[in-house]
Each structure stands twice: as structure tokens, then as C-alpha cells.
Design a binder for this molecule. Structure first.
Ligand code: NOJ
Length: 526
């Protein structure tokens, strides 16, 4: 497997730093806490950690509002703590990926404070400022992804500024070469500190229409959907010029040898795959989020796998994401039984898997009492299912300890359920054991890492496919229903099943049974 890059062979584990491990009793996770838990992450068998933003921030959007791109928020620690974390991760063989948030800064960032100070400030054009529209209101109809107009009036200078998210998150002007140079320096600051790559926040939103044209109405909008869905995002996302920016980020990373560039992009597959660029000059992995919204149905998922594989440019490396801090957890979307099937799916598909912290112990979405809601998305548009607190609850380390061992203080969000790493650690049938077995199987079978994916088929509720490399053939069968099912197979031997006691059993030529919610990986012969 040596010809592949580490990020093609590896598995990425996302840590939401507020919620992983608190070391100082303030109820919020921090870098020292993460460092202390790195041996657990390494033993799990993943290859890289991606840490959501840890930079100084007023925390209006929990770190996605950055007030200084080149430091660490005191809540999370110091640059010295970051060094200890990165060194320890590297000692344990883990790569370190940071979250890069270039689309917007905090309104408290000195760049924005200068920009808003006067119309002729040298940094005025670092952000998107416009005169009022003819009626004295916002310059156009663009809507914020957090609800309401995307334009905020600034009485001091008599203009509006654009914010795709909160008004505390003004969008930077990526058409300004000074902004680009400043952001390249930010990348270099962290690359100089040994970071192995970046996940780039909302990469597909960086450039907006130069003429600031109104977005057209969305004919498919349904009441109850988030506000910005009223409009098609024709002039506010996926503008052609964004690809030039991706190429220049790529070039900056390439100054350091090949470090990995991952893009957060919520677009349909044909548009998504353009972010790979031509012949490796784009993102290494535009995140493939299809599983996050997939109907948990074998036919739908088979179609999705085939379409994605068919749409990938020749040089492109696929990837799959099962969970993140912006979407309900898989154990709540698909149910706790099917979450085991989903684990087998994620770790046997072709392409780099990204796993969200806590999914490896089957964490479900937490219930957040109304008076404990934290997420601005929920506070601004209550009750329409946009709130992200449920999937951000603290990691459950040890159910016998207060707050599941996450903190000695009062956790910033309530603990979701009681099952914990400690309970599952020595239980061979637990979710944690399943993830460890799957990660080890993946590591030890080239077909799972670099094999082709073939014969992707749905038979009723059963999804099957093969992974092939040289003379190795692996057969994967996933029963996505809660009743027993049958599957056609070649003769072989089960390497891993979600069902206790089935590993090592034979598969016969022809019809084989799958228990309700069973998923298996078998080595087969023709
Ligand atoms: C995407 C991030 O994942 C999300 O958490 C954040 O609110 C927005 N970008 C704005 O930065």
C-alpha cells in the first residue's frame, strides 16, 4: 500500500474540542484534555485527528468566528499546549489536521475592526461593504444561513456588510489579493508548526457574485425549512472563480511537500467533484456528505455509491463522512442497530472514511432542555431542526464517574446517554469493539484500502458489494432491515460480522442467511 499517501490509506477522526475532554474543570473541553486522550484515539486504530477550531474567538458560533487566526483561545490552552498536543499525536503515529475558516472572521477580529472604522481605512475592502438598496434597505435579497437578511447595517460608516452566517461573522472579500496573501500566511503559520493538513470551512462559499445580483426564488421551498432555502443560492455559492482560490491554497500547501487539503462542500456530486481540480491541483478530498442525508435504504445507498464512483475524475480519491458536528448522529438517524451496519459501510467503502467522535461508542443525539440550548442556529430559528447541540454533547468516557468523566465541573452541554468507553472497552460485542475490529481489518486488508468497488447491488433491504485487489476478493453484505434476510454469495469465510460468534464461519455457494441488522465482510473465492 506504499504508493498511496497516508490520507488515502488512513481514517480521519473528528474531535469537537469543546466536548472531548475537559482538563481544568470549566466544563469545556481543551487541548490538554485532548492530549491526555490521544492514546485512546491511537488504540482505536484511526490515522489522523481533525480538530474543529481552537483559535481565539468570542464563541458566537463556537469557534467558527475567529478573532485571531494565529493563536489558541485561552479556553482551549496556549500555543505551547498546541505543540504538546501535536508532538504527542505525531509520537503516537497520528496526523494532525486543523480547521481553517477563511470565508469569514469574527466581527472582533482586528481586520474587521479596522475595516468598519471608516470608509477609507486600508482594510475597508477586506470585507464586503455595500451601499443601501434604492429603498434604503439591504443592497440585495441575500439571506443568512442562520436566518434573516445576510446584510448588517453599520450606522457609523453608513453601509451594509455581508455575513453568510451570523452578523458576528462578516464575510471576507476573497477578490482582494491582500486577503489572499494574509490567509496564505495563516496556512504557513500552522504548516510551520507541523500541521499535516486542513479541513477548510465552507469552501464553496468563498466567492460571491461580483455584481451582487439578487438570488432567484426557490420553487421547491417548503414552509418550515430554514429561511435561506427560500432562495436558490445562484449568486452566493459555487461561483466559477472559487476554483482559482482552491488552486492557490493547494499551491501554498505544496510549498511544504504534499499536505492534505479537505474541503467542506455541501453540493450535488457533479458540482462537488469539480473541487478536485484538474490533475491534482485542487482539493485532495472535497468532503462527500451524501451519507449524512441518505435515506437508510439499500437501493438508495447502492445508487449513491455507483453514481459517486462514476462521477469521480480519474485522479480523484474518494471519501465518505458518516457524522459531524453539524448533523444529527448516525445512531439517531438510522437507529442504534443500524449504526453498526453503518460502521461496516463506512469502513468498507472505497475511499477515506471520516468518523465523528463518539460515534464509535454509538452516542445518540442528546436531549437539550430549552434553557440549556447553546447553538445560535437553534436560538435564531427555533424548532425547525437546525439546532446542532444534540450532536455536540460531551464524550462519554466512564459512566461510573460524574459527567461520564468528561469534566469535574458543570458540562457546557448535558451528557447524552450513559453508555461509555469504559463499559464497552472489554465487551467483545460492543460498538467500540466493532469499530476496533473494523479499523484493524481495514488496516490489514489491502482490498479494503485500495481495492476496486464492484457489483454494488441492492436485493430488497440487503446491500452487497465487492472490494477487489490483485487476487483478494472481499464480499460485503449489509442487512438494512430489522428482519432476517437472505443473500447470494460465493463460497468463502466470514472475516467479520456484527453478529457475535459468526467470525470464521463459512459462507456457502448460493443462498446464505443474514440476521436482522447484520452486516458482514467475507473473503470469497469465485
Ligand atoms: C460550517 C461549520 O461546520 C459550522 O459549524 C459553522 O457554523 C459554519 N461553517 C460557519 O462557519
Amino acid at each position: 500500500m506504499s504508493e498511496l499517501a497516508w490520507w488515502q490509506r488512513g481514517v480521519i477522526y473528528q474531535i469537537y474540542p469543546r466536548s472531548f475532554q475537559d482538563s481544568n474543570g470549566d466544563g469545556i473541553g481543551d487541548l490538554a484534555g485532548i492530549t491526555a486522550r490521544l492514546p485512546y484515539v491511537a488504540e482505536l486504530g484511526v490515522d489522523a485527528v481533525w480538530v474543529s477550531p481552537i483559535y481565539p474567538s468570542p464563541m458566537a458560533d463556537f469557534g467558527y468566528d475567529v478573532a485571531d487566526y494565529c493563536d489558541i483561545d485561552p479556553m482551549f490552552g496556549t500555543l505551547a499546549d498546541f505543540k504538546q498536543f501535536a508532538d504527542r499525536a505525531h509520537e503516537l503515529g497520528l496526523k494532525v489536521l486543523l480547521d481553517f475558516v477563511p470565508n469569514h472572521s469574527s466581527d472582533r477580529h482586528p481586520w474587521f475592526e479596522e475595516s468598519r472604522s471608516s470608509r477609507d481605512n486600508p482594510k475597508r475592502d477586506w470585507y464586503l461593504w455595500r451601499d443601501p438598496g434604492p429603498d434604503g434597505g439591504p443592497p440585495n435579497n441575500w439571506l443568512s444561513r442562520m436566518g434573516g437578511s445576510a446584510w448588517e447595517w453599520d450606522a457609523h460608516t453608513g453601509q451594509y456588510y455581508y455575513h453568510a452566517f451570523l452578523r458576528e461573522q462578516p464575510d471576507l472579500n476573497w477578490r482582494n489579493p491582500q486577503v489572499r496573501r494574509a490567509m496564505d500566511d495563516v496556512l504557513r503559520f500552522w504548516l510551520d508548526r507541523g500541521v499535516d493538513g486542513f479541513r477548510v470551512d465552507v469552501l464553496w462559499l468563498l466567492i460571491k457574485d461580483a455584481q451582487f445580483r439578487d438570488n432567484p426564488p426557490n420553487p421547491a421551498y417548503l414552509p418550515g425549512q430554514p429561511d435561506h432555502h427560500r432562495l436558490l443560492q445562484t449568486y452566493t455559492e459555487d461561483q466559477p472563480e472559487v476554483h482559482e482560490i482552491v488552486r492557490s491554497m493547494r499551491a501554498t500547501l505544496d510549498e511544504y511537500g504534499r499536505r492534505v487539503l479537505i474541503g467542506e462542500i455541501y453540493l450535488p456530486v457533479p458540482q462537488l467533484v469539480r473541487y478536485y481540480g484538474a490533475k491534482g491541483d485542487g482539493a485532495d478530498m472535497p468532503f462527500n456528505f451524501q451519507l449524512l442525508n441518505a435515506k437508510w435504504h439499500a437501493g438508495d445507498i447502492a445508487g449513491m455509491i455507483r453514481d459517486y464512483d462514476g462521477a469521480l475524475p480519474e485522479h480523484a480519491w474518494p471519501n465518505w463522512v458518516l457524522g459531524n458536528h453539524d448533523n444529527p448522529r448516525v445512531a439517531s438517524r438510522a437507529g442504534v442497530v443500524q449504526a453498526r451496519v453503518a460502521a461496516v459501510l463506512l469502513l468498507t467503502l472505497r475511499g477515506t472514511p471520516t468518523l465523528y467522535y463518539g460515534d464509535e461508542i454509538g452516542m445518540t443525539d442528546g436531549e437539550i432542555p430549552p434553557d440549556q440550548v447553546q447553538d445560535p442556529a437553534e436560538i435564531r430559528q427555533p424548532g425547525i431542526g437546525q439546532g446542532r447541540d444534540p450532536e455536540r454533547t460531551p464524550m462519554q468516557w466512564d459512566a461510573s464517574l460524574p459527567n461520564a468523566g468528561f469534566t469535574n465541573g458543570r458540562p457546557w452541554l448535558p451528557i447524552a446517554t450513559t453508555s461509555s468507553v469504559r463499559d464497552q472497552d472489554r465487551d467483545a460485542s460492543s460498538m467500540l469493539s466493532l469499530y476496533r475490529r473494523l479499523l484493524s481489518l481495514r488496516r490489514n486488508n489491502a482490498a479494503l484500502v485500495q481495492g476496486t468497488i464492484e457489483h454494488v447491488t441492492a436485493y430488497g433491504d440487503v446491500l452487497t458489494y465487492e472490494r477487489r485487489h490483485r487476487d483478494q476478493r472481499l464480499f460485503i453484505a449489509l442487512n438494512m432491515s430489522c428482519t432476517e434476510a437472505t443473500v447470494q454469495s460465493h463460497r468463502g469465510v466470514v472475516l467479520l460480522s456484527t453478529l457475535a460468534g459468526r467470525d470464521g464461519q463459512a459462507l456457502t455457494e448460493g443462498v446464505n442467511c443474514l440476521a436482522a441488522g447484520e452486516a458482514l465482510v467475507a473473503s470469497i473465492r469465485s
